[in-house]
Design a protein around this ligand. Structure first.
Ligand code: SF4
Length: 231
C-alpha cells in the first residue's frame, strides 16, 4: 500500500470523524456522577473493569462517603466490601483513601482543575485527569484508553512504530494536534464508542462499521486487508 501523505491522512481523519459524529451524535460519559469528586472516584474505579460495573457500586459508595473527608476517614475494609465486585479492590481502596486524604490536606477537599494538580493525587494518571477535566469541568482533555489506542492504530490516525509499546502521551499529542481543543473530549468518547460497538479487539465488525469504506484496516474496502493490517 502506498504511504499516505500527511495532508491526505488529515483529510481522511476529518472525514472519518464526521462519520463518527453522525453515528454518535450525543456522546456522553458512560460513568454516572453528579460532582467532580464522584467522577474522579468513578474513573479511578474504572481501571480493569467496565463502566457498567462501576455504575453498579458507586451509588452505595457515594451514599456512605459523599465527600472527600468522609472517604478519607473511611475504614478500608468497609470500602473494600462495597467495591469488591470490581476486582483489584485492595489497591483501588488504597488509592481512593490516599486520594481523598491528599485532596483534603492539599486542596481543601476541592477537586483541582489542572493536569499537574490532578496527577499529583494518588491513583490519578493522565487518562483519569483528562476524563475529569473534560467531563466535569468542560476543559479540553483527550483521554487515551485501550479502545483509543487500538482504534487509532487500525485507522492509521497516528504513526505506528512496529515492535514498540503504545505511548499514550505520544498518542494524545499526535491526535490532539489534528483536532481543535473543543473537540477533544467528544473525539475520545466517539473513538471509545467505535471500539466498543464495532472495532472490537478480537473480531472487528467491519461489515457494520461506518468507517468501513476508508479505514486502512477494513476487510470490506480492501479484500487483501488481512495482509497489511496489524490487528
Ligand atoms: S473498518 Fe473495521 S478495522 Fe476499521 S475501524 Fe471499522 S471495525 Fe475497526
Amino acid at each position: 500500500m502506498p504511504r499516505e501523505k500527511r495532508a491526505a491522512r488529515l483529510r481522511r481523519m476529518h472525514e472519518e470523524y464526521a462519520l463518527l459524529c453522525a453515528e454518535f451524535p450525543d456522546p456522553v460519559c458512560a460513568l454516572h456522577f453528579d460532582t467532580p469528586f464522584q467522577l474522579l472516584v468513578a474513573t479511578i474505579l474504572s481501571a480493569q473493569t467496565t463502566d457498567r460495573r462501576v455504575n453498579s457500586v458507586t451509588p452505595e459508595l457515594f451514599r456512605r462517603w459523599p465527600e472527600p473527608g468522609d472517604l478519607a476517614d473511611a475504614r478500608p475494609e468497609d470500602v473494600e466490601d462495597v467495591i469488591h465486585p470490581l476486582g483489584f479492590f485492595h489497591s483501588k481502596t488504597r488509592n481512593l483513601l490516599a486520594m481523598a486524604t491528599k485532596l483534603v490536606a492539599d486542596f481543601d477537599g476541592v477537586v483541582p482543575q489542572d493536569m499537574d494538580s490532578l496527577t499529583s493525587l494518588p491513583g490519578v494518571g493522565r487518562k483519569t485527569a483528562n476524563v475529569v477535566l473534560g467531563n466535569a469541568f468542560g476543559i479540553s482533555g483527550f483521554p487515551v484508553d485501550t479502545h483509543v489506542i487500538r482504534v487509532t492504530r487500525r485507522l492509521r490516525w497516528r504513526t505506528i512504530r512496529r515492535g514498540s509499546a503504545p505511548d499514550p502521551v505520544g498518542i494524545e499529542r499526535e491526535i490532539t494536534s489534528c483536532f481543535p481543543p473543543g473537540e477533544w473530549t467528544n473525539l475520545s468518547h466517539r473513538l471509545i464508542f467505535l471500539g466498543r460497538r464495532y472495532c472490537h479487539a478480537r473480531n472487528p465488525d467491519c461489515v457494520s462499521c461506518p468507517l468501513r469504506e476508508s479505514c486502512p484496516s477494513s476487510t470490506i474496502a480492501h479484500p487483501n486487508a488481512a495482509k497489511r493490517n496489524d490487528r
